[in-house]
Design a protein around this ligand. Structure first.
Ligand SMILES: C[S@@+](CC[C@H](N)C(=O)[O-])C[C@H]1O[C@@H](n2cnc3c(N)ncnc32)[C@H](O)[C@@H]1O
Length: 322
């Protein structure tokens, strides 16, 4: 069932070379999600500080009927396509309800992580034996093109878990404009946005007390060791997060604890680190409602409806092509 499009080693190697040769150094957050990274992300979602998953879970469990009505207003069969599906825990709430309403749909989760897709498939096949499911492993930027076929079947595209936060604002606009180009007028896009709130609440979500976020970031260095034969000493790097309230963005870094040189065997290359030099790991952009409205408009969509949790921490925004 699962197509196995593995990320080519040379793409990972190219990106690592580019990132560690740059000033300031960076690594792409899409490489967080190898098997261990996906496991650690499941731990992050359970952390008391990581409010995002609970907020979206609340929206899906308390407003399931409203979401279904908005998705299914024209009562036509649809493909439910999820970009970066992860373990699908929240989506299972929707799938369960849609099946009980006898909705005619096929669920198509897309993820770069084979581990995440395997976990999801095992769970969904057990819980929903009657569900039509087609998994696609790969980078959603690439997989998107294959969704472009202008079939008449309605597409409802899910982009949940504040995945969009990992894009800078201009990248987000480019991404949605690209999505708009493969969508028909009657298709829908459903996006999870983490909203701007008390900066401390946001910062805590990216620097938990148990150190799971630290391990999640450090795992990317271990992945470079495992897959590219590097000799990063994980003890010599530590995780540091900031939140910038004017930009509304949280950023994560790994900080070199001393002056050191790391050798990457498959690149046959040394990389020098100064004491306290950062590697930029991830951006997590937070949105205001005004920013969401502007982003929708600039990418060729209009907002059909916003769904909020009880604390107004989070919004799932339903967009329709203009
Ligand atoms: C923050 S998690 C969110 C998972 C899920 N959407 C949720 O709300 O719980 C991000 C997921 O997107 C996947 N991912 C990240 N970058 C990706 C990319 N470029 N292409 C496909 N999947 C990607 C990761 O493997 C991971 O499962």
């Amino acid at each position: 069932m699962q197509t196995s499009i593995k990320i080519k080693q040379n793409t990972f190697a190219d990106d690592v070379t580019q990132g560690l040769s740059a000033s300031p150094k960076f690594l792409s957050s899409k490489y967080f999600y190898d098997d261990e990274g996906s496991r650690l992300f499941q731990e992050i979602m359970k952390l008391p500080e990581y409010y995002l998953t609970r907020a979206e879970f609340e929206i899906f469990s308390e407003q399931t009927n409203e979401i279904f009505s908005a998705f299914n207003a024209d009562d036509s069969p649809f493909d439910l396509i999820e970009l970066g599906a992860g373990d699908g825990t929240k989506t299972s709430l929707l799938v369960d309800y849609f099946l009980k309403q006898n909705a005619g749909f096929t669920y198509i989760p897309i993820d770069i992580s084979a581990k995440a897709l395997n976990t999801l498939t095992a769970k969904f096949e057990k819980e929903f034996p009657q569900l039509r499911i087609q998994t696609k492993q790969g980078d959603y930027f690439k997989t998107l093109k294959t969704l472009g076929a202008k079939t008449s079947k309605k597409k409802i595209i899910l982009f949940l878990g504040s995945n969009i936060g990992n894009f800078r604002q201009e990248q987000a606009k480019e991404f949605f404009t690209g999505l708009r180009a493969v969508m028909n007028k009657n298709d829908l896009l459903f996006i999870g946005f983490d909203l701007q709130k008390d900066p401390q609440t946001i910062l805590d979500a990216y620097s938990d007390k148990q150190g799971v976020t630290d391990a999640f970031n450090i795992n990317l260095l271990k992945r470079v060791n495992r897959e590219l034969g590097a000799n990063f000493d994980p003890k010599e790097f530590s995780h540091y997060a900031i939140y910038h309230p004017i930009e509304g963005a949280a950023r994560s870094f790994l900080i070199s604890q001393k002056k050191q040189t790391v050798f990457i065997e498959s690149l046959n290359k040394n990389f020098d680190f100064e004491a306290w030099e950062p590697i930029f790991m991830e951006i997590s952009q937070k949105y205001s409602l005004k920013m969401i409205e502007e982003l929708a408009k600039e990418s060729g969509f209009q907002i059909e409806k916003n769904f909020f949790d009880s604390k107004n921490y989070y919004a799932d925004s339903l967009w329709k092509p203009i």
